[in-house]
Each structure stands twice: as C-alpha cells, then as structure tokens.
Design a binder for this molecule. Structure first.
Ligand code: GLN
Length: 334
C-alpha cells in the first residue's frame, strides 16, 4: 500500500523475494518453542505463546508480512525509544542528557543502579525511561498520556489505545518500578509527583499494537521521522538521530552488544514480545512472539531478525553490499 502514490506499484523481483523470505523464516521459527511468556506482570501471562508475526514496511510505504501481524500485544519497553524522542523534541538533547546518560549498562532493564554521576545509564532501561517520562509536559497525567499516545499513533499510522487490564496489572505489581521512581526523585531527576510519573509510565507501557504497527513505526524512524504511509511528520530528524543511536547501543537490554555485533541494526524490544528494528533510510521491521529469553527478548524475534539481516546483508557494517543491492531490487532506485 502506498498512499503517496495512488497508482498500483509494479511488483519488482525484490518484492517477491522479500515476501518469500519472510514466509520461509516465519515457517522455520514457528517450530521454535523456546522461552517463556513474561509473568512478572500477571496480565502478560495471558498472551498466546504461539502467536508469531513479522512485518516489514519500506520508506515507500510498501508492506510485507507473514503470520499473525494483526495480533495485538502491549508495547512495553519499545515505548521508551519514542518517549525519549519526545523528551528530546520538547527540551532539546542537552537538557535530556543532563538527566539521563547514553552508556549501555550491561545490567538488566529493571536495574536499580544509577551511574556514579547519579543519573541513569541510558533511556532504554527503566530508570532512564521513567526519568524521560517525567520530562513529558502537560497540565495533567491525562494530557501527558494523550501526547504520548498521539506520538505513538502517528508513528504507527492508526489510533492506538491503552490495554486497561495490563495497565492495572502493572500498577498493582510495579513495586520495583516504584522503587526506581523514588530513587530518581531522591536525586532530583523527577520534578513533579513521582506517583504521577509512574502512572504515566505504566500507561505508556500498556499501549496495544501489532507487528504491522511496529514495522510502520520503524519505517517512520527510517524515513527521518515522517510516517511513509500517512506522510505525517512525527519526529524531527535530530530527535530521530538520537533515538536510533541509543537503540543501536542500548535497545536490547543486556543483549545489546551482542545484537549490535551480530545483527547490526538499531532495535528495541519489549517484554510484551515485540521487537522493532530499523534499517536507516530504508525500512522498518516489526516482529511479535511473546516467548522470551532470560533477558526479556523475544526468542523467535531475535532469531528471525538475525537471519533476515544475515541473508539480506542488513548489518550497518556489512561490506559485501548485499544490503544495498537487495534494497535496490526491492525498492527500486532509492
Ligand atoms: N512495563 C515493563 C516494566 O517496566 C517494561 C519492561 C520491558 O519491556 N522490559 O517492567
């Protein structure tokens, strides 16, 4: 689908090749049953462990998909990338970096540790994300949540909403995040009411979406901040640059270094089972499968993205140039 160009696009050989590749990888990893659905937020335990979908959206708006790409799940930590972008957009890079670092922590996402400079390591762990959430402006929690929801919806190209059950479950059981929030308040990284900031954070994590939405959001980042399907400008180029940089170094929890090394593309995962990955200036990838590894990353999502990057030469430092010839074959002369 391409709303920018209403004429039916010619199916290039690369299009068919990508569709076939997605079908094949989806089939291969459907047979993988490793990992477990997250249970520490009780409502997440209700996810169907067999759901599995992958979508790719090009910066020309073309969509490729395989499996359950309209099955909904909660965004969880993937929201952190966008809320960081919104904080940068609102206050500027320097103001945000005064409160949150950009160093990979090597620790679990819910680590209570702050850097020696008394700020969170980066925006992709809970401490950094809660700090960023506290920087979102608005007279009430409702108004601030509306801003976040609009941003996520604009990036996805459709109206998204909060899963009330997951939100309540996060709120009832989020004692560790509460501890992190109060720690941040103690070192003056949260200006307002800490309970309000936590409430907002629990809501932003509970936004429902599907693999197709994730791929479109990825394509919006790949397309310098403009949603390629709707044509709407969602984030400025400067914010997108910052978002992609921290996704590249810190997006996959304590697997981030290994991911950058092996897969070599900016990505962000969430404990709902989603992974969003971005090939800069080319395409967005969204995967959904709720069985997670010990670090909280989707097992099938990691394997599928690893193979896709390998086969298509998508690693940023890929020197065989397979990536660009694949992209030329798929998306024409872009
Ligand atoms: N809401 C989850 C939490 O804060 C998000 C974590 C995640 O996706 N890693 O624990």
């Amino acid at each position: 689908m391409n709303h920018n160009n209403m004429q039916k696009r010619e199916e290039l050989p690369g299009h068919a090749h990508l569709r076939k590749t997605l079908d094949r990888l989806h089939k291969t990893y459907s047979a993988c049953h490793e990992g477990n659905v997250a249970t520490y937020i009780p409502e997440l335990a209700k996810a169907n462990p067999d759901h599995f979908g992958v979508a790719v959206v090009g910066i020309d708006g073309e969509i490729y998909e395989a499996g359950e790409t309209s099955a909904e799940f909660t965004i969880q930590s993937i929201s952190k990338a966008f809320v960081f972008g919104l904080a940068v957009e609102t206050h500027g890079r320097d103001a945000v970096l005064k409160r949150v670092g950009v160093e990979p922590s090597g620790d679990a996402f819910n680590s209570l540790e702050l850097r020696s400079s008394r700020k969170p390591f980066n925006p992709m762990i809970n401490a950094g994300a809660i700090t960023d959430t506290g920087m979102i402006t608005g007279a009430s929690v409702k108004e601030r949540m509306n801003k976040i929801l609009c941003l996520l919806s604009d990036a996805a190209g459709r109206e998204l909403r909060v899963d009330e059950g997951v939100y309540r479950s996060e709120k009832e059981t989020g004692h560790r995040n509460r501890a992190i929030g109060h720690l941040l308040k103690n070192v003056d990284l949260i200006d307002g009411e800490v309970d309000e900031v936590l409430d907002l954070y629990f809501q932003q994590c509970s936004v429902l979406l599907n693999a197709r939405d994730l791929a479109t959001m990825g394509a919006t980042l790949a397309n310098l901040g403009t949603n390629p399907v709707t044509g709407k400008e969602v984030l400025s180029f400067d914010s997108v640059r910052d978002v992609l940089s921290v996704m590249f170094t810190c997006g996959m929890y304590d697997f981030a270094g290994e991911w950058a090394f092996r897969v070599g593309i900016p990505a962000k995962s969430g404990v709902g089972g989603g992974i969003l990955a971005v090939i800069n200036r080319q395409l967005g990838i969204g995967t959904y499968s709720p069985r997670l590894d010990a670090m909280g990353n989707s097992v099938r999502g990691i394997r599928l993205c690893t193979d896709l990057a390998e086969e298509m030469g998508l690693h940023v430092f890929n020197f065989t140039n397979a990536g660009s010839s694949f992209i030329k074959a798929t998306f024409g002369k872009k």
